[in-house]
Write a protein that binds this ligand. Structure first.
Ligand code: SF4
Length: 341
């Protein structure tokens, strides 16, 4: 399928979907393996071609401050613009060619409705590489009252984010190794994490609900100095109320380092709290005190979580703390139906 996020430059085309800005000669495919110059036009080989579907709780994305308890149809395609050596979905992401089953945008939305889900998550691999397919699905999904969520590495261009703003309700932006440049070079094959901050700025400006995750990898991606620098930039862009989750890494694919110790994660949690972040979580661990949401004013329990399951206990139907009246802005499901706006 011919797609639109590209520019013609001399006898090449430049893909503008992600910050790699691959310049492609006729017949050449970009780093992600799914966008190809065909006679001066850009072809997206995974358009209509998802590789994997699942129905997940929204907490698994993780999106913690929007519609807790919502059921989300999650899907991804093959290909990726990152080369993470520890990728848990490497069978999809590192398969640098189209593969999967034929699903038009209407088919994907119909599947989401057939299973009575509340929305669609574009996840498992990097959705930016199939932005035009996601947009076409997302616009139909919106017309049917479904929400759209990106789980992204944040390597979007301004052009991509403009397209995302047409249909996206929420983004989880995933840092790795505290944004350390050397880590991004060596373990992800990406020059730097700097562009990710611009993506967060774009998301905030477009009014897309944004949450941050950061995968902490022992020894090679767990520097608290790096975490402080990363968090300072996030604070300057998005303020202290943006949810931040530090995720435990597990060995996979080509990286055999043991999983992240709990103490390392707690040190990151405590740093973020000391810097003024109001909603800080740990992920991929089952430690209740680090999964729950507490009121930033009176510290009452608002949402209790265990793994991917949540129970709203301390919020009224408008997302206000029942104890002190603080307006959290957290949107809630009512009678298992989305109430938007
Ligand atoms: S989306 Fe793919 S082709 Fe486009 S710039 Fe990124 S890696 Fe290159």
């Amino acid at each position: 399928m011919e797609v639109s996020l590209y520019k013609n430059i001399d006898d090449k085309i430049m893909c503008t979907a992600c910050l790699r800005y691959c310049r492609l000669s006729d017949g050449q495919t970009g780093y992600c393996g799914v966008r190809t110059n065909v006679n001066g036009h850009l072809n997206l080989s995974v358009y209509n071609m998802p590789y994997s579907f699942n129905i997940d709780p929204i907490e698994k994305k993780p999106v913690l401050h929007m519609y807790p308890g919502a059921d989300i149809l999650s899907f991804g395609t093959t290909g990726c613009n990152f080369g993470c050596l520890y990728c848990q979905n490497y069978d999809m992401s590192q398969r640098r060619k189209a593969d999967g089953v034929y699903y038009t945008p209407e088919d994907v939305v119909n599947l989401a409705m057939e299973y009575n889900t509340d929305g669609i998550a574009y996840t498992y691999n990097e959705p930016t590489i199939f932005m035009e397919y996601a947009r076409d699905i997302g616009l139909i999904a919106r017309r049917h009252g479904l929400i759209n969520i990106f789980v992204t590495n944040g390597y979007e261009t301004d052009e991509s984010m403009k397209m995302a703003s047409e249909f996206l309700d929420a983004m989880t932006v995933d840092f790795k190794g505290n944004g350390n440049k050397y880590f991004y070079n060596k373990y992800i094959s990406v020059p730097s994490a700097e562009g990710i901050f611009n993506t967060i700025k774009n998301a905030v400006n477009y009014g897309i609900h944004t949450e941050i995750t950061d995968l902490i990898i022992p020894d090679i991606g767990d520097s608290l100095d790096d975490a402080r620098k990363m968090l300072e930039k996030i604070m300057n862009i998005a303020g202290p109320y943006i949810p931040v989750s530090f995720l435990r890494y597990h060995p996979d694919y080509k990286l055999n380092i043991p999983e992240t110790p709990l103490n390392t994660l707690i040190a990151h949690h405590d740093l973020a709290v000391s810097m003024g972040f109001k909603y800080v979580y740990l992920g991929n661990v089952h430690e209740v005190n680090y999964e729950n949401t507490y009121c930033p004013v009176c510290h009452s329990l608002l949402i209790s979580r265990r793994g991917f399951y949540s129970r709203v206990t301390g919020l009224d139907s408008n997302g206000r703390c029942k104890n002190c009246g603080y307006i959290t802005g957290i949107k809630l499901l009512r009678n298992k139906k989305l109430i938007k706006g």
